[in-house]
Design a protein around this ligand. Structure first.
Ligand SMILES: *Cc1c(COP(=O)(O)O)cnc(C)c1O
Length: 386
């Protein structure tokens, strides 16, 4: 089976992890700061915090921005459930803004309409909006940022798919148009630490808050304590935090992987360009890129033109799996999940997302995929749908 995504672990990566295992620190040592420095370097953000998953980073980002009971957070239905669950962890409500039918990202014009509607009808405005750079293609952040100034919401970019990409020729994660950006290092993503995530920001207060909550809400900083230290052992818990720390083994793997980031993304873009060529004449909608985008190309999603194909979406998907092509579907619209249906969401609420879901298939794409593997994917798709 050619998987839809796959990590690459080199001898250099393995050495990096083994060296840590033989060192004094398995956690809270020098590797996490080194990994954070690599992320700062790649994104040009002022602060980077490594954590044990993007899900934790999203939770910390929401908490740092003060999301809580009585607040509303908006995101896109076409994302992994974590982009939306983070608001619920904080006791806030979640709502969705439908996607743009061309980019599959949260639509800035639908966001503008929904904000205006909420304002005119006295409905709650969002405290935070979480745009997701689906497949690695950046959302139209300049426009979303303009709306954030007009309506007074904060922005968390979910860039789990997008490390190494650029928007308006600036690295994703630089937070020019957002408060915080979040990355994932799960093995199918562009760079991996097995499990892992990070948050970047340019705001000192947000960085300090996330750092505090990442490790139990405990501080050793005398300036933050309510009384003088009792001795050298002393620390204080000053907030209710969590243990969201990344281990040293994970960080070392991340440091080693980050040295190859530009190459990973360049190869993904070359493979995507080749798919664009090879799949051009088939009854498919291929991914369109906005002008300002240099995508991380985490995923390559095709949409079936079902009117021109005899098989159904599900039949094409199964036939591809049977042919050894490890296709996947990103994503089932979050509002259709049973947990979200129980919160009151209904089918028919976000029609572009639901229509995308009836046609989309993620086909294999990872930087070390060979030309012959790619041709095998194209051949199988051609045989099945042509
Ligand atoms: C993978 C992913 C997450 C969650 O990442 P973890 O590191 O597995 O917690 C969140 N959002 C999006 C868009 C993702 O793809």
């Amino acid at each position: 089976m050619i998987p839809y995504g796959k990590q690459e672990i080199t001898p250099q990566d393995i050495d990096a992890v083994v060296n840590v295992l033989q060192s004094d620190f398995l956690t809270q040592g020098p590797q996490v700061p080194l990994f954070e420095a690599a992320i700062k370097d790649a994104t040009s953000a002022s602060y980077a915090l490594a954590v044990n998953s993007a899900t934790s980073a999203l939770h910390l980002a929401c908490l740092a921005l003060g999301v809580g009971h009585g607040d509303v957070v908006w995101t896109t239905p076409i994302t992994f459930v974590a982009s939306s669950n983070c608001a619920l962890y904080c006791g806030a409500e979640i709502d969705f803004v439908d996607i743009d039918p061309e980019t599959y990202n949260l639509s800035p014009s639908k966001l503008a309409d929904k904000l205006a509607h909420a304002k005119n009808h006295g409905l709650p405005l969002p405290k935070v909006v979480i745009p997701v750079h689906l497949c690695g293609q950046p959302c139209e952040m300049e426009e979303i940022h303009r709306l954030s100034v007009e309506y007074g919401f904060a922005i968390i970019e979910d860039a789990s798919h997008a490390i190494g990409g650029r928007y308006q020729d600036q690295p994703i994660g630089n937070c020019k148009y957002s408060d915080i950006t979040v990355f994932s290092f799960h093995p199918v993503k562009i760079v991996t630490t097995a499990e892992g995530g990070a948050a970047t920001t340019n705001n000192t207060k947000l960085a300090d808050k996330m750092a505090l909550l990442r490790s139990h809400g405990i501080t050793r900083d005398a300036a933050l304590m309510t009384e003088p230290a009792h001795g050298d052992w002393y620390y204080q818990q000053i907030a209710l935090g969590y243990n969201y720390r990344m281990t040293e083994m994970q960080a070392a793997l991340g440091v080693s992987q980050m040295t190859r980031l530009a190459d990973f993304v360049a190869k993904r873009n070359a493979l995507a360009a080749r798919y664009d060529e090879l799949l051009r004449d088939l009854p498919l909608i291929l991914p369109k890129q906005i002008e300002a985008s240099y995508s991380g190309r985490h995923l390559y999603v095709i949409r079936l033109k079902l009117d021109d194909i005899t098989l159904t979406h599900s039949e094409v998907f199964t036939a591809l799996r049977e042919a050894g092509i490890g296709v996947n579907l990103h994503y089932i619209p979050v509002h259709l999940q049973p947990y979200y249906q129980d919160l009151g969401f209904r089918k028919g609420q976000f029609v572009e997302s639901e229509s995308y879901y009836t046609q989309a298939i993620s086909i294999p794409l990872y930087h070390h995929m060979t030309e012959s593997q790619q041709l095998q994917v194209v051949d199988s798709i051609t045989k099945i749908i042509a």
